[in-house]
Write a protein that binds this ligand. Sequence first.
Ligand code: GLN
Length: 288
Amino acid sequence: MATSPASSSSYPALTYSDALTLASRGHALAAVDARLLLQHVTGATIAQIVSYPGRQLGPIDRMRFESLVARRAAGEPIAYLLGEREFYSRPFVVTPAVLIPRPETEGLVDAALARLPVDCMAGLVDLGTGSGCVGITLALERPQSRVLAIDASVDAIGVARRNATALQCANIDFVIGDWLQGIDGHRLAMIVGNPPYISADDAHLGQGDLRFEPRAALTPGDDALSAVREIILQAPAALAAGGWLILEHGHEQGPIVRQLLAGSGFTDVFSDRDLAGHERITGGRLPD
Ligand code: GLN
């Protein structure tokens, strides 16, 4: 960008290498975060940043970079600062209105896809869709299915719609709603969801990225299982015979979620572990 001598002397340019040093030494940012923010501001690739350490940021890019570095140093999640997070190898727009897609939630997609034939033409529901990452991924991986993605947050549905458009996903609909209320009688083949499952008094809510994420996406209140319980009670009326309900849950909640499913008449109850080895995904199906 061309800059006038006056503006560059009052706000001197910074080289790529100075910028990375400022972020990592000056603000204690992880090197990877510093580089991602620099790429984001300049539009340069990693290769360009490494190959041209002496290239300069203009004054505006410098201000934008310094502001993002300060926000990251104050704890804001890198995904919100970049406005994007990859999920199942696709980029998803994220804003503070939605939970940041996590690797363990890819396990929810894996568990769902393992139970849906490639040519599945059935109706599926994604509860608490947030960014839409689970519902949109299922819709794209099973293009003949029809996905209904539900969220209580108007803003989240806005983000999810944006993602569906950007990813050219046409076989998905979005509704604002309270879990499965009003969805009975749909005879769905599968319901998946990543509901809030952290107790309101859990210290984790005050740490790291979670401090900046929507509270309602993380905790249903004092009883960590209240959303899971409600979904398991509502699901049989919305599912077809043989239909699956598969939920993500907290790392110690596997046994109780299995018990709740069995108590609601689900069979073939299973749990899958996350990359850390914790039970994270539990599901079951209604009898045929
Ligand atoms: N897996 C998230 C976490 O523990 C929580 C997501 C959720 O509550 N559904 O950070």
